[in-house]
Design a protein around this ligand. Structure first.
Ligand SMILES: Cc1cc2nc3c(=O)[nH]c(=O)nc-3n(C[C@H](O)[C@H](O)[C@H](O)COP(=O)(O)O)c2cc1C
Length: 451
């Protein structure tokens, strides 16, 4: 069994309440940080831990914190990104639902480290139950003297506010999120300046993912070096993975980074193998934005190395033969899945969610969706496959924010690894028109299975 740092007490009845969370050792990190450490000490521990942002890009958290500008007399903000809208990703929602105090505790520790006295949790607008849960948790922490003025008698003041999101995937992009938090339409900003210099209301701001913030709790409790002992290379600590698709045990799992992909898919501790004993066809390892991997590249890399659940191993081979850990949205496709249909489904999502600011994304996502629909429904030509390739290439790297890349990469990888399936649709128009299956279910089950 791998070590659990975030979900250690997940099966404890009442762990969502302040009383049980505290009884299980909760808020020790706040006491330790505020009473025995300086803010810089906390930043140092997070640096030592090697923690990388769990929102998708994997940027080192301690390094990001050290970029925060500290001009005199200007407030600094911590903003927690709980917008979680990437298809296949439902780990933050799980954490907020079942152990909300882990996030609140991480918010206090992280805000202290950054010198923030007002912090926000920007929660996807559709997640009303989680918004209520977090508000309740904040009220409980405040009643216990862990929030508000003079926390635990240390002189440190902090208020945390929960902000319902704007109801769009783009609001998860950190600068769009800040625009939305300021009450405007969630359009991404041109960078630089980065939020660390000019973020919320033009003030220095750190935006971090729910899981990144919650991970600061075990880091402070046990020390950054202990945290860094888990994992391999620059992939330290544990990671929440939301697993879905054609697997026997969909749900949210906490893994030690470095577990092999094969073990994650087939062992009973995690996904429990492919449903109905079918064979594995493809894998989307890190949420809908990352390149799909075909069966021959899932458990082994092109160089013949065992494929591991780490940032480095999943990326081995670049986009030619690798992918990304991303947000940890792990979607497994069995032999019956239609790659064209699944790719079209993602393309439809990105078209719907493009904010429209940049022409390559606004026009390109819709165009890709149309061409994919045409091919999937048996009306495509071989030229359409080349056209699709051309469109995605013209989107990638040509937009203000990475939503354009996120839309282009899945299409590129699908054509790169499964061109024969696209051609099959062109060559078999009648069968294509009749087929109405092969779409993976990548939403979370109502009651996620957890180890
Ligand atoms: C279109 C788009 C949507 C995003 N959605 C989320 C999200 O829901 N949650 C998240 O943490 N990061 C999301 N990100 C990444 C954020 O911009 C940012 O990198 C992240 O919140 C930083 O936190 P981290 O360093 O802790 O990972 C998204 C990025 C893009 C381009």
């Amino acid at each position: 069994m791998g070590r659990k740092l975030l979900l250690e007490h997940i099966n404890e009845p009442g762990i969502n309440t302040f009383a049980v969370y505290r009884q299980k050792g909760g808020y020790r990190a706040v006491e330790k940080a505020l009473k025995t450490m300086s803010p810089d000490d906390v930043v140092e521990e997070v640096k030592k831990s090697g923690l990388r942002g769990r929102g998708g890009a994997g940027f080192p958290t301690g390094l990001k914190w050290s970029f925060l500008a500290k001009p005199e007399g200007v407030p600094r903000y911590l903003v927690c990104n709980a917008d979680e809208s990437e298809p296949g990703t439902f780990k933050d929602r799980y954490l907020m639902t079942h152990i909300p105090h882990a996030l609140i505790e991480g918010m206090i520790v992280s805000s202290y480290a950054l010198g923030a006295h007002t912090s926000y949790i920007y929660v996807r607008g559709e997640m009303m139950p989680q918004i209520r849960i977090l508000e309740q948790a904040i009220a409980e922490a405040k009643a216990a003297g862990l929030l508000g003025d003079n926390i635990l008698g240390t002189g440190y003041n902090l208020e945390i506010y929960v902000q319902p999101g704007g109801g769009a995937y783009i609001c998860g992009e950190e600068t769009a999120l800040l625009e939305s938090l300021e009450g405007k339409r969630g359009n991404p900003r041109i960078k630089p300046p980065f939020p660390a210099i000019a973020g919320l209301y033009g003030c220095p701001t750190v935006v971090n993912n729910v899981e990144s913030i919650a991970a600061t709790v075990p880091i402070i409790n046990d020390g950054g070096e202990e945290y860094a002992k888990i994992g391999i290379e620059r992939s330290t600590g544990t990671k929440l993975i939301s697993a879905s698709g054609n697997i026997n045990k969909p749900g949210v799992y906490e893994i030690e980074l470095g577990v092999s992909v094969e073990e994650f898919i087939y062992s009973d501790e995690y996904c429990g193998g492919i449903t109905n004993g079918k064979s594995l066809k493809a894998l989307v390892a890190g949420g809908s934005s990352v390149p799909i991997l075909p069966a021959n590249l899932i458990t082994k890399t092109a160089a013949g190395n065992s494929r591991l659940m780490t940032y480095e191993s999943l990326a081995e081979g670049g986009f030619q033969s690798g992918t990304m850990l991303g947000s940890g949205g792990f979607i497994v496709y069995d032999e019956d899945q239609c790659i064209v249909r699944n790719t079209w489904n993602f393309a439809r999502f990105y078209h719907h969610e493009s904010c429209g600011q940049c022409s390559p994304c606004r026009e390109g996502t819709g165009w890709m969706e149309k061409v994919l629909h045409k091919i999937e429904h048996g009306h495509g030509t071989m030229d359409d496959i080349d056209l699709l390739w051309d469109i995605q290439r013209k989107i990638e790297g040509n937009t203000i924010c990475p939503l354009g890349d996120a839309a282009a990469w899945p299409v590129a990888a699908a054509i790169r690894h499964f061109r024969d399936e696209f051609e099959w649709h062109v060559l078999n128009p009648q069968e294509s028109q009749q087929r109405n299956y092969g779409l993976a279910h990548y939403a979370d089950p109502l009651e996620p299975v957890v180890q």
